[in-house]
Design a protein around this ligand. Structure first.
Ligand SMILES: Nc1nc2c(ncn2[C@@H]2O[C@H](COP(=O)(O)OP(=O)(O)O)[C@@H](O)[C@H]2O)c(=O)[nH]1
Ligand SMILES: [Mg+2]
Length: 249
């Protein structure tokens, strides 16, 4: 495992549940929550309020924004850092978003109110247990709020990635994950629509400690920015490319 020392240096409490000085656990003051935002004015207020409430205002929020609506104004009203970027797709925005902050833990989410910000403490807990990547698994609870076509596609992507990696994964295209900064900075990211799958596959195949964690998934507020057919084909291609590169590259 390429990150063993880190996991040990940060993990664990003693039998009384007290933290040693060297084992100081991360708090939300160590966390940046980042997202791409593209005309999400119906959802962004809720998403940012939820993050504020759950983290007691401690988490930093970074939005990489390509909107022509009021999303960036609403983000600034909530105290988020807004990086403006011409819209170029999911991965271009999210890659910039994960590399922008310098706090030790970075959490990604979509800005569409589908992901449960109330589960952020569980993600932080897993990082403090020593995991390098914690990936929200939407399919575990059935993802009833997801359009049926997408649900089928997401099961198929997970099956494809599992076969190619030789490790069972359940949700490769989830938008909600926590990463140790070292992981996102040590890997060169190449995919756009398929970035979410890449962000799971490369760390797994390089031996980082990755855990999938069941999450609830809600119906989207506002329009999806992803065409299901074109986007789905791009994701399948990314999964194959990235798995082959990691195995033989
Ligand atoms: N800045 C920026 N954000 C984007 C772009 N494409 C998608 N996003 C954002 O990325 C997130 C995921 O997109 P979404 O439409 O929810 O994809 P879905 O979950 O597959 O339906 C949302 O917060 C979008 O606003 C883009 O080109 N630029
Ligand atoms: Mg979404």
């Amino acid at each position: 495992m390429s990150s063993g020392e880190q996991a040990e240096a940060t993990g664990g409490t003693d039998e009384h549940g007290e933290q040693g000085v060297q084992n100081a656990e991360y708090t939300f003051e160590d966390v940046s929550v980042v997202m791409g935002t593209y005309n999400e004015e119906e959802a962004i207020g809720n998403v940012l309020s939820d993050i504020e409430d759950v983290t007691d205002g401690q988490a930093e929020v970074v939005c990489v924004d390509g909107s022509s609506d009021r999303s960036p104004e609403i983000a600034r009203e909530h105290g988020a850092t807004v990086v403006e970027q011409r819209p170029q797709g999911y991965g271009v925005a999210v890659r910039a978003a994960i590399l922008e902050p310098d706090r030790p833990i970075v959490v990604t989410t979509d800005c569409d109110d589908t992901y449960p910000m109330e589960q952020l403490p569980e993600f932080l807990e897993s990082i403090n247990e020593g995991y390098d990547v914690v990936s929200g698994d939407r399919l575990y609870h059935g993802a009833d709020a997801m359009p049926a076509f997408n649900r089928l596609g997401n099961h198929a992507f997970a099956a494809l990635a599992s076969v190619l990696m030789g490790t069972r994964v359940h949700d490769t295209t989830t938008g909600m994950r926590a990463y140790r900064r070292e992981v996102v900075e040590s890997i060169r990211w190449t995919e756009n629509t398929g970035l979410s799958a890449e962000l799971l596959i490369r760390p797994l195949m390089r031996g980082y400690d990755v855990r999938e964690h069941p999450i609830e998934y809600r119906e989207r507020a506002g329009e999806t920015k992803l065409d299901p057919i074109e986007g789905g084909a791009a994701i399948a291609k990314s999964i194959v490319t990235v798995c082959l590169e990691e195995r033989f590259g």
